[in-house]
Design a protein around this ligand. Structure first.
Ligand code: ADP
Ligand code: MG
Length: 562
């Protein structure tokens, strides 16, 4: 196919402008992003080559090369990874083929510091090249194919595509620097950016060997050799004492594709029946696709430091789908296929171990970094709560991590744990009381709470969508039953004084004829009509039996069309 000119998706244009403005103060990160992509491309090739070794085309030494040309004013980043076909270039580089794009634009605030965190989430790392370049030329050949493609753009709304020749497989990106960006035409500058942001990269990042000097101090002509700038050993294989917090954070940004720092991490080498290393992170912010069925990122699996795959289901349960990081197994076969992984008991055992680590990390946060835990809960609490229904073994631990709004609080903040609640239970109180509703306001104003307010008994206010599931999966905690205030008999007898009991009995006799009439009028629509001490202000309320579906769940199911 000959040269063609295509327009960027409208959003890409907008994003480019935004990115250039909001990231200019931190412009050197373009190199981090391009190196990160090159490293991903090599990982992908390595995985595909486990099944199709021909893809190496006799060149199995994967690496990334960074160089510059002072005269041409260009910086070049090249890799011998998987490369892209023409259609992949269009799909990956010309569009933001991400479902959350609209939402993204609606979240922008105009505050560049805030917005730059959002930008990173949308898989737009490649475009950061335009922070320093006014023209970008990408030439790429997919491993195993002959045709190569050249993509070129000035970042102004259009790009060209043409078929070209390329001997080596992989991708080469040439940045034609803008006026004033000459600082990157400098060996020392490029090396220091690489060391700062990309030292953890698992394969060599090469730069031309520095020029030697002769005896009189004169620079000798370049030798044409390359040398590694980074340590090029996998970060997670180093011992903890050798890794700085900065390095842990940069590695997180690479594996997660997040531009924000992580909230916390756990790094451990596990020995025993399964031998593996895990380095798992809790993000600060939720990815935009947290609630989508198809998610872009998850945890990466390596076998003996060779990347196998990134997985969004097999390595972490659904309720921990926000966790990012790597697991490196010492035992799994290197040519393990995705199909084998689906059923592998070894993978299952690793997953079980990693879940325990993550729960331990969260418990530690909850105990020792309360503010951070509160922000974690606000961001991911709804997801974690799914675990009570999903993970039978760890149910109690997950329930202990849950936080709720409560009648003991002023506002809607979810900060009461079940243990807090139990610690405040009244003399003679047997159950943990809760109410579920569509919204916090509906829960807070429910007539069912009247009697509890009167008697000073705390009630947990559950109004997240997942809460119905949570409450029906957790029947007790720490030996105390969970009891909906809208279900069955409340067993508040212990709190009724003599006068109240007499009042109830008197009322039952006095209103017998009323009750009978109401029962007759509602025949077939309700099971029973009772006199109650539940209410103080409202004349009547609906109650379901203990084992019946709650009214709120019925509403949810109806709205879901069931
Ligand atoms: P992300 O890395 O978060 O997916 P980027 O904007 O950095 O977002 O890259 C977009 C996509 O372009 C990548 O997912 C990948 O498919 C493709 N891509 C970018 N750089 C390369 C490269 N060097 N080799 C192969 N594919 C690449
Ligand atoms: Mg990227």
């Amino acid at each position: 196919m000959s040269k063609e000119t295509l327009g960027f998706q409208a959003e890409v244009k907008q994003l480019l402008q935004l990115m250039i403005h909001s990231l200019y103060s931190n412009k050197e990160i373009f190199l981090r992003e391009l190196v990160s992509n090159a490293s991903d491309a090599c990982d992908k090739l390595r995985f595909d080559a486990t099944q199709h070794p021909d893809l190496y085309e006799g060149d199995g030494e994967l690496n990334i090369r960074v160089s510059f040309d002072k005269a041409a004013r260009t910086v070049t980043i090249a890799d011998n990874g998987i490369g892209m076909r023409r259609d992949e270039v269009v799909a990956n580089i010309g569009t933001i083929a991400r479902s959350g794009t609209k939402e993204f634009f609606s979240q922008l605030t105009g505050d560049s510091a805030k917005d730059s965190h959002l930008i990173g989430q949308f898989g737009v790392g490649f475009y950061s090249a335009f922070i320093v370049a006014d023209k970008v030329t990408l030439t790429t050949r997919r491993a195993g194919e002959t045709a190569a493609t050249r993509w070129e753009s000035a970042g102004d709304g259009e790009y060209t595509l043409e078929d070209v020749e390329k001997t080596g497989r992989g991708t080469e990106i040439v940045l034609h620097l803008k006026d004033g960006e000459d600082e990157f035409l400098n060996d020392w500058r490029l090396r220091s950016v690489i060391t700062r942001y990309s030292d953890h990269i698992n394969l060599p990042i090469l730069m031309p060997k520095r020029a030697e000097h002769d005896d009189e101090g004169k620079e000798l002509p370049p030798s044409g050799e390359w040398e590694a700038v980074n340590q090029a050993n996998a970060l997670w294989t180093r011992s903890k004492s050798e890794i700085s917090d900065e390095q842990y954070k940069e590695f997180y940004k690479h594996v997660s594709h997040d531009w924000e720092e992580p909230l916390a991490w756990s790094h451990a080498r596990i020995e025993g029946r399964q031998e593996y290393t895990e380095l798992l992170y809790i993000p600060k912010q939720a990815p935009f696709d947290l609630y989508e069925r198809e998610r872009r990122h998850g945890v990466k699996l390596y076998v003996k430091r060779v990347f196998i795959m990134e997985d969004t289901e097999k390595l972490m349960p659904q309720y921990l789908r926000f966790v990012r990081g790597v697991i490196d197994s010492a035992d799994l076969p290197l040519n393990v296929s995705r199909e084998i992984l689906q059923q592998s008991r070894d993978v299952e055992a690793i997953k079980t171990g990693c879940v325990k680590k993550v729960l331990g990390l969260l418990e530690d946060l909850a105990e020792n970094r309360k503010e951070d835990y509160a922000s974690f809960w606000q961001t991911f609490g709804k997801v974690l709560k799914e675990g009570v229904g999903e993970d039978f073994t760890n149910k109690e631990r997950i329930a202990a991590l849950a936080r709720f709004a409560s009648t003991a609080n002023e506002g809607s903040e979810q900060n009461v744990s079940l243990a807090d609640y139990i610690g405040r239970m009244k003399e003679g109180q047997e159950a943990i009381y809760y109410i579920t509703a569509d919204t916090f306001a509906a829960a807070q104003h429910s007539p069912h709470l009247e009697v509890f307010r009167k008697k000073g008994i705390e009630v947990l206010l559950l109004s997240d969508r997942v809460d119905e599931w949570f409450a029906s999966s957790l029947t007790e905690f720490d030996g105390k039953p969970l009891q909906s205030v809208a279900k069955g008999e409340l067993k508040l007898d212990a709190f009724a004084d003599e006068a109240e009991k007499q009042q109830q009995e008197a009322a039952e006799t006095e209103f017998k004829s009323v009750l009978d009439k109401v029962k007759a009028a509602l025949d077939g629509q309700v099971k029973d009509v009772r006199v109650t001490t539940r209410l103080t202000d409202s004349p009547a309320c609906l109650v379901v039996e203990n084992h019946d579906m709650s009214a709120n769940l019925e509403r949810l199911l109806k709205s879901a069309g069931q």
